[in-house]
Design a protein around this ligand. Structure first.
Ligand code: SF4
Ligand code: SF4
Length: 260
């Protein structure tokens, strides 16, 4: 079974103090890379441990599978101030590229089972690892957040339209929603669910190519994007309603048999 709890470092925030690497006795981080925090052994992480996150002076550590409501210390106030009701950044005026703040948000349904959420997460991490230092060098403040849409209420709060979604300063990097059947999310919810297909250069991808993501981020930052802010009228799509209902029913089923 896939690991359901391990730390995720926001490299846009991390100051490479090395506290987390030194703190963890379970060899989750690669000590050879210290003080840079590189998660090498997520399987070693202890379920619901917040040890490294509590030691982080800048609140750069969150956890895959977080379900306790824990908020990284030193970051709570900033997150509350920076987030508008659609989940995008008011700090940058929901797509106003005139500011020097770049907020990249990754909204997803599942990082344990869903191949396209996991694949897109990896691509976005790789792109941000490269773009963040360059944007900082150009004088931008960069914030990179990952938010799990684990209930219909959270999805509505973020005006979530399709999984997975990448937003830059509140703008979806896709100009429209295109989806196909997603076997992973259908398994999770026990119902037919469709997830995002990314269109790039005349082809469709269930996991976007790095070029597409990098180009989309830079276009928003430098004001060339044709996509819009997601602050307008919103209703949770039926497809996602079905997903959340199916997931809830599965988790509540106590038949003990094979019905689920
Ligand atoms: S959460 Fe605990 S076990 Fe996991 S990496 Fe951090 S200190 Fe180690
Ligand atoms: S404790 Fe926080 S700031 Fe220090 S290296 Fe780890 S993630 Fe980076």
């Amino acid at each position: 079974m896939a690991k359901t709890w391990y730390p995720v470092v926001d490299y846009a925030v991390c100051v490479e103090c090395g506290n987390c690497v030194a703190m963890c006795p379970h060899k989750v981080y690669d000590t050879a890379k210290a003080p840079s925090p590189v998660v090498k052994n997520p399987d070693g992480c202890v379920d619901h441990c917040h040890g490294c996150g509590k030691r982080c002076p800048v609140g750069a550590i969150t956890y895959v599978g977080e379900d306790t409501g824990w908020i990284p210390p030193n970051r709570k106030q900033e997150a509350e101030e920076a987030t508008c009701s659609c989940g995008c950044s008011e700090a940058s005026g929901c797509g106003d590229a005139s500011g020097k703040k770049v907020i990249v948000e990754y909204l997803y349904l599942d990082l344990q089972t869903c191949d396209r959420c996991i694949g897109t997460d990896k691509v976005l991490d790789e792109v941000m690892m490269v773009l963040t230092p360059a944007l900082k060098l150009a004088g931008f403040e960069v914030e990179y957040n990952k938010i799990e849409m684990n209930t219909a209420e959270i999805a509505e709060k973020y005006k979530f339209l399709s999984s997975p979604t990448i937003r830059v300063n509140g703008q979806d990097i896709c100009t429209s929603v295109k989806e196909n059947s997603c076997g992973c999310c259908s398994d999770i919810s026990g119902t037919d669910v469709a997830c995002r297909v990314f269109e790039y250069d005349g082809a469709n991808y269930e996991v976007p190519p790095k070029e597409m993501v990098a180009e989309a981020v830079l276009k928003v930052v430098f004001g060339q994007s044709e996509t819009g802010c997601s602050c307008g009228e919103y209703e949770l799509p039926d497809n996602l309603k079905q997903f959340f209902e199916g997931k809830k029913n599965k988790s509540e089923c106590s038949c003990g048999g094979n019905c689920c």
